[in-house]
Design a protein around this ligand. Structure first.
Ligand code: UD1
Ligand code: CA
Length: 461
């Protein structure tokens, strides 16, 4: 079985943040979640080495073993020490895949290739390397004159002439469990940083004439490690480009990919146009031939074919086809927007259902309500759903007309084709076909303006 150890206890001081490095988000998902996902195989089990972030990691991965690495002056430190903390959970016949927790761009295929290479060469340890233009900061792969891999030397320990070696250790290794266990027991902290280096296991195994290999992976972008917020941004750009490109190849039109953020796993149908500063997150699914325009944000929502959305925020919702939202609308969680529904300028919908063909074009709040088909909600209508203590629901049946600036005070029901006059505050049910006017009768006071002008004139004199 493969045991995957993700090392995530480092303090990440260069991040300059109160949030642990691996818990920073990259297009709406924590860095470590990407690493976990790419390294999660059918026959594998993950163990995460956490530090001060342990509790947060447990929250994020409730089903995974999280081992806490205590950090303190008298306690050893370093990648070798971190890996040793997982040994209790490793059996002798396991293969142990070890990864740094800060490389979110890694692809599963590359890890599979590493594992296959390791199996084929029957190595005790295989490390993953790649070639990069600016290797400064990374451990380098040292090879002999016959190109055989000999060891990894940390950047700070390089001798003159070695700085230009551009084959680097990306921080991904696979070991036979027994060889890992044995070599970890032999490394020491006799180095510049007084740390236990996992990379020193290579030398230990070499000295015992065990086979160690370096598998060179081609796409160096995958191994981009994040240490500060600029690198977080850079990684996000690479990921964004990867995701957007895949959607475009699949038939989506993304007009401005630099400003479009789509989380991994979102589905979008062909001929849909994503225009503007759009963010689509979570478990979202968008159909064919839609237009998603303006600064729209869509979170965990399903949108069927041929829907138009302009400058809207849509969260945990379902939108049927041909519906039309915005500009400037907010559809809050647990809302169902029926076929052909129109929700317009400055309209907020929450925990409500709107049946086919219903329209709310301007400045309305529809909360905790069930609306049937072909209803007209006038400008400024408010569904008054909260009495200061409890929320209540209202029901509006098919074909009803709710005049502008009406208040629907829940719980109340407007039956089929009920007609509520503008400005009415409805506190009792409206029967089918009724017109309800709830407002003071209009009075006509003739000559008022003339009299007022006269009064004002006298006042001045
Ligand atoms: C390490 C490698 C280096 C490689 C580089 C790739 C060693 C000695 N060096 O260096 O060859 O080129 O990664 O990025 O391994 N961590 C713990 N506990 C610790 C120390 C670190 O969990 O006590 C974790 C960190 O959270 C991080 C990972 O291990 O996810 C790597 O640690 P880091 O300090 O960034 O290693 P580098 O010095 O970059
Ligand atoms: Ca009124």
């Amino acid at each position: 079985m493969i045991k995957t150890i993700i090392m995530a206890a480092g303090e990440g001081t260069r991040m300059k943040s109160e949030t642990s490095k691996v818990l920073h988000k990259l297009i709406n998902k924590e860095i470590i979640k990407y690493v976990k996902k790419a390294s999660d195989f059918d026959n594998s089990e993950t163990i995460i080495i956490g530090g001060a972030n342990k509790e947060k990691l447990v929250e994020l991965f409730p089903d995974i073993k999280i081992v806490e690495q205590k950090i303190g002056e008298v306690i050893p430190y370093g990648t070798g020490y971190a890996a040793s903390l997982a040994l209790d959970y490793i059996d002798d016949n396991d293969q142990v895949l070890i990864l740094n927790g800060d490389i979110p761009l890694i692809k599963r295929e590359s890890l599979e290739k590493l594992i296959n290479y390791h199996d084929e060469t029957d190595s005790s340890c295989t490390i993953l390397s790649t070639l990069i233009d600016r290797p400064k900061g990374y451990g380098r792969i040292i090879r002999d004159e016959n190109n055989n891999f000999i060891k990894i030397t940390e950047d700070r320990d390089l001798v003159i002439g070695q700085e230009n070696i551009n084959e680097i250790n990306v921080g991904i290794y696979i070991f036979k469990a027994q060889d890992l266990r044995e070599s970890l027991s032999k490394i020491n902290s006799d180095n510049d940083q007084n740390e236990l280096y996992l990379t020193d296991c290579i030398g230990v195994l070499k000295n015992q004439d065990k086979k160690v290999s370096a598998y060179v992976s081609e796409d160096c972008e995958e191994f981009y490690g994040i240490n500060n917020k600029y690198e977080l941004y850079q990684a996000s750009k690479i990921l964004q480009n990867r995701i957007n490109k895949a959607h475009m190849i699949n038939g989506v039109i993304i007009e401005s990919p630099e400003t479009t953020f789509i989380e991994e796993g979102v589905e979008i149908g062909i001929d849909t146009v994503i225009s503007g500063f759009v963010k689509i997150y979570g478990n979202s699914k968008i159909g064919k031939s839609c237009l998603i325009d303006g600064s729209t944000r869509i979170i965990n929502s399903t949108i069927e074919d041929n829907v138009r959305v302009d400058n809207a925020v849509i969260e945990d919702c379902y939108m049927e086809k041909d519906s039309n939202i915005g500009p400037y609308s907010r559809i809050r969680p647990n809302s169902y927007i029926g076929k052909g529904v129109h929700i317009g300028n400055f309209v907020e919908v929450k925990n409500s259902k709107l049946g086919e063909g219903t329209k709310a074009g301007h400045l309305a709040y529809i909360g905790d309500s069930d609306l049937g088909k072909d209803i007209n909600i006038g400008c400024g209508v408010v569904f008054v759903n909260y009495d200061g203590k409890f929320k209540h629901r209202s029901t509006i049946e098919d074909g009803a007309f709710i005049g502008s600036n009406a208040n629907i005070v829940a719980p109340v029901k407007v039956e089929k084709e009920g007609f509520v006059a503008a400005g009415s505050t409805i506190t009792e049910d409206v029967s089918s076909g009724e017109l309800i006017i709830e407002r003071a009768e209009q009075k006509h006071i003739t000559g008022y303006v003339e009299r007022k002008k006269e009064r004002d004139k006298n006042h001045k004199e």
